[in-house]
Every structure is written in C-alpha cells, then in structure tokens.
Write a protein that binds this ligand. Structure first.
Ligand SMILES: Nc1ncnc2c1ncn2[C@@H]1O[C@H](COP(=O)(O)OP(=O)(O)O)[C@@H](O)[C@H]1O
Ligand SMILES: [Mg+2]
Length: 288
C-alpha cells in the first residue's frame, strides 16, 4: 500500500518520572495513505491530539517511530523543520495564534518562513484564502477585526498556504454553529477534491466524520479500537456505543429499527441507504 505516514509502535508518555505519568498513546501502529481523507475519532482524552502532533514532529515519541515517505522523521533531528512544511497541522482553536497586522500577512507567515516571496507567495496566499472560504476583500483587514469563524479560516489558510502534502486539522469545527461547520467542512472537502492531498480530520462528531471521510480510525484510551471504511466501522455500532462513542444519526435510527425486529443491514449509515432499505422492506411486506 502507498502510505505517506506510517506510525510504528508509537508510545507517548507525559510526565515521565513524576506521579502524573500517563501514556496518552500506547504501542500504536497506523498507516495514512497518500491522497486519502482520513477521519480520526475518539472521545476526549483518547489521545487524538497527542497522536497527530507526532505526524509533524511537534511531539517526539517516547518509543516507536514515525515514518514520512518511508523515512524516520527523527533520523536527523535538524531536518525536522522540513517535516513541518510537509505535514501541516491546524491546532484546536487556532484563531488564538493570529498575530500579524493583516490577514494577508498572517496567511503569508508560513510560506515566508519556507523562503518563498514575490509572485509565488502571492499566488499561495490567494489560493489558500479561496480554499479556506475567505473573501479577497478581507485580506487587507486586521485579523482581529474578523468574526471567530473567519479568524479560524485565516488560521487554516495559513497552513494550506504552505501547500503541505498532508493537512491535519484538529477539531476544526469545534465551537462553530451548524451552518459555520457545514461551510467549513465543504471548503475542506473541496480542497481535498481539487488538490488530491492527504487530509486527516480529527473530530468527536460521528456525523461529521461519516459525511466526509473515506476511512475512519477510532481511538479509545490511547489505542486504535477500529479502522476501516465508514461502512465497516458503523456496522460495529454496538461496539462504538459500548466504548462510549457516538454513532451517526442514521445508524442510531437503524439500530432502533433493528431492535424492533426489522432486518435493517447494520452497515446502513446514510439517509439514502436507510430510505432504500425501508423501501425494500416495504416491497417485501415487512413494513406497511
Ligand atoms: N501536555 C500534557 N501533559 C500531560 N498530560 C496530557 C497533556 N496533553 C494531554 N494529556 C493527557 O493525555 C491524554 C490524551 O489527551 P489528548 O491527546 O489531548 O486527547 P484528545 O485529543 O483525544 O482529547 C489525556 O489523558 C490528557 O489528559
Ligand atoms: Mg484533542
């Protein structure tokens, strides 16, 4: 398989040597494939943020390795800066990290650090603003004059402008209203469709992951609980619920119908599929 990131037996322990020692990620192995849209989900404290900060070397493994394109990113620690340009990480609540005088300069910060200037820099700032759903007219404004949702888009554009091979977003829709969430996710979907670059979306909303990801990795307590296509993961809805996780709304309805004795396929997770399953049952005489 063509993996761009390979996590090999990764353990990350916080507070080593103190009474607060805790392994947030334990002996985890995971591949991320080139060009995929991966959804990473797990309840709070399951290790999502700790894991993804290893993808670009912000955190160093306590044990295990992180390979980017087959190379151990820590083989030459001096080269870790280059890794940060190839794997772009958008933190949770990234809007608190804006600091330039204009939106344009904030978006240009990363690519400028990479040594870009002139037309190439300008092209990247404009492309990234478009992908993040920011109007051109905002580029010369102060980021502090913008709404919370717009500030978040500026922070996302700043990472996209580095044109990373892998874009990792840690709960990008947290705290936005439903419309803001859907707009932001449709921008991220369009970026993935147009650029074909790998995207890793961290979320605690199963509906959000179900609507966007090609593949899902479920974390629980620092381990991979399951991974697979959405259909495979949601077919194990009972296990997800037992692990204290959410399931998509459609899966919940299908589970309730199954509990009432209707033979609905456990792999159903979209509205269209549920409708088709119910119509098939009606034709078969199982539903009036
Ligand atoms: N900087 C830190 N110092 C100590 N413990 C931490 C730190 N960051 C996270 N943890 C702990 O590691 C575990 C995993 O946290 P985290 O990776 O943030 O999970 P998630 O992103 O899934 O909520 C939690 O128990 C959390 O309290
Ligand atoms: Mg987190």
């Amino acid at each position: 398989m063509n993996e761009i990131i390979r996590i090999e037996n990764l353990t990350h322990t916080y507070g080593e040597g103190t009474p607060f020692r805790r392994s947030a990620v334990e002996d985890m192995s995971l591949d991320i494939y080139r060009g995929e849209f991966l959804g990473l989900i797990g309840h709070t404290g399951s290790g999502k943020s700790t894991l993804i900060q290893h993808f670009n070397g912000l955190l160093k493994p306590t044990a295990g390795r992180v390979l980017l394109d087959g190379q151990d990113i820590w083989a030459e620690p001096k080269k870790i800066r280059a890794v940060r340009f190839r794997v772009g990480l958008v933190f949770q609540y990234p809007e608190y990290q804006l600091f330039e005088e204009t939106v344009y300069r904030d978006i240009a910060f990363g690519p400028t650090n990479m040594g870009l200037s002139g037309e190439e820099l300008d092209r990247r700032v404009h492309d990234a603003a478009r992908f993040a759903g920011l109007d051109e007219g905002l580029l010369q404004k102060s980021p502090f004059a913008l709404s919370g949702g717009q500030k978040r888009r500026v922070a996302i554009a700043g990472v996209i402008a580095m044109e990373p091979e892998v874009l990792v977003l840690d709960e990008p829709s947290a705290g936005l209203d439903p419309r803001g969430r859907e707009e932001l996710l449709s921008n991220i979907r369009a970026y993935h469709a147009e650029r074909g670059n790998t995207v890793v979306l961290v979320s605690h909303s199963m509906d959000e992951i179900a609507q966007n990801a090609d593949r899902i990795v479920v974390l629980s307590d620092g381990h991979v609980l399951m991974s697979g296509a959405p259909r495979e993961v949601f077919a194990r809805a009972d296990e997800l619920v037992a692990a204290g996780l959410d399931v998509p709304q459609v899966t919940r309805v299908a589970m309730a119908l199954r509990a009432k004795g209707l033979p609905i396929d456990p792999a159903v997770y979209t509205v269209a599929e549920l409708k088709a399953a119910l119509l098939a049952l009606r034709r078969g005489g199982a539903v009036c």
